[in-house]
Write a protein that binds this ligand. Structure first.
Ligand code: ADP
Ligand code: TRP
Length: 319
């Protein structure tokens, strides 16, 4: 089965990206024919700073590698090294009803937050549909918040197929059911755009500062606490061993554990969980040519995979 997914290099990757996306990629690379890319075209909808975009794009690729994606099994590439998706996005946009895009949460949320909207932001799901459909993808591993975009992709593909004949395979979203939204240090969804992230590769001292600053309620140490209602515990649950999670959970319910203690332990769990990845990341930073090579090979794989579908789509519409 073909699998594709991408993450925008609109900021450094964080724990939400890891549990919401990358951990799923790691599983899938063992079983499927996968492409994982850095969605730098998509990032243009929020980032207008060329040196920063370039740096973050390579950073995301390095993060993929450090976290365990294997370039000998999967294609890792920059979206902009497959400009064919922009051509397909245009073709798809001519069969995409306005109403379909107006209903998309990501767009609606950004507009609601007062982020000025432009055509790129509005048309974002069409480009995402092109990313997916151009490879005849079967499965798209994404977090819950991207499910709607995969559904829109299916709708667009279906409409194209019904107008011009079977051209695209319709993909399924693949969502790990045990992954809830990872909360950030302020209790909202962890997100690059909220400045509330914990990053896998940040220096220990800033990580410590952020973890000690995680917002909690003011329940005293001795009082029982409901672990289900606490952000801090939500993070513990992701990073702790089963035994440690059970112990902390029991002490929450009984009372007698303070948030300060939990935060200190969370820092230790975090560093332990990502210990090997942090070492690998360091090695990659010292060997930028390796990352470039991986991206070049990944782009070649992606272009070979995309070519037949783009040709078929052009022919179907009469180009
Ligand atoms: P951000 O909100 O930080 O900009 P993206 O929208 O680029 O993150 O998300 C990239 C991937 O990571 C998506 O598949 C998304 O579902 C997942 N993801 C992002 N933040 C979280 C989170 N807090 N919890 C779970 N998954 C997340
Ligand atoms: N929209 C996705 C996000 O913000 C990134 C993305 C772009 C993507 N194209 C994709 C994800 C294709 C999966 C498949 O997370």
């Amino acid at each position: 089965m073909k699998v594709i997914s991408g993450i925008q290099p609109s900021g450094e990757l964080h724990l939400g990206n890891y549990f919401g996306a990358i951990r799923q990629y790691l599983k899938m690379q063992e079983e499927h024919d996968c492409l994982f890319f850095v969605a730098n075209y998509h990032a243009l909808t929020s980032l207008r700073d060329a040196p920063r975009l370039r740096r973050l794009s390579v950073d995301v690729a390095m993060d993929y590698l450090a976290l365990g994606l294997k370039p000998e099994r999967v294609g890792i590439f920059l979206q902009s090294d497959l400009p064919e998706v922009c051509e397909l996005a245009w073709i798809l946009s001519t069969v995409t009803p306005m109403g379909l895009l107006q209903r998309c949460h990501a767009y609606k949320d950004k507009v609601a937050q007062g982020i000025p909207s432009d055509h790129g932001l509005f048309a974002y799901p069409v480009l995402m549909a092109a990313d997916i459909l151009i490879h005849q993808t079967g499965l798209v591993p994404v977090g819950q918040d991207q499910k709607q975009h995969v559904e829109v992709c299916r709708d667009i593909g279906e409409r194209f197929n019904s107008l011009f004949g079977e051209t695209f395979k319709l993909p399924e979203p693949y969502i790990l059911s045990d992954v809830a939204i990872v909360p950030g240090t302020d209790g909202r969804k962890m997100s690059k755009s909220y400045g509330n992230t914990l990053r896998m590769f940040e220096p220990e001292n800033t990580l410590k500062k952020k973890i000690m600053g995680i917002q909690t309620d003011s329940t005293p140490v001795e009082s029982p606490k409901d672990p289900e209602k606490d952000n801090l515990f939500a993070l513990v649950k992701l990073l702790a061993s089963d035994a440690e999670r059970a112990e902390i959970e029991q002490r929450y319910r009984q009372g007698g554990i303070g948030y300060g203690e939990v935060k200190k332990r969370l820092l230790g769990m975090f560093l332990e969980y990502f210990k090997e990845a942090r070492l690998r990341r360091q090695e990659l930073e010292n060997d930028p040519a390796r990352v470039e090579r991986v991206l070049a090979e990944g782009a070649a794989k992606a272009r070979a995979s995309a070519a037949p579908t783009l040709k078929a789509a052009r022919a179907a519409v009469g180009l």
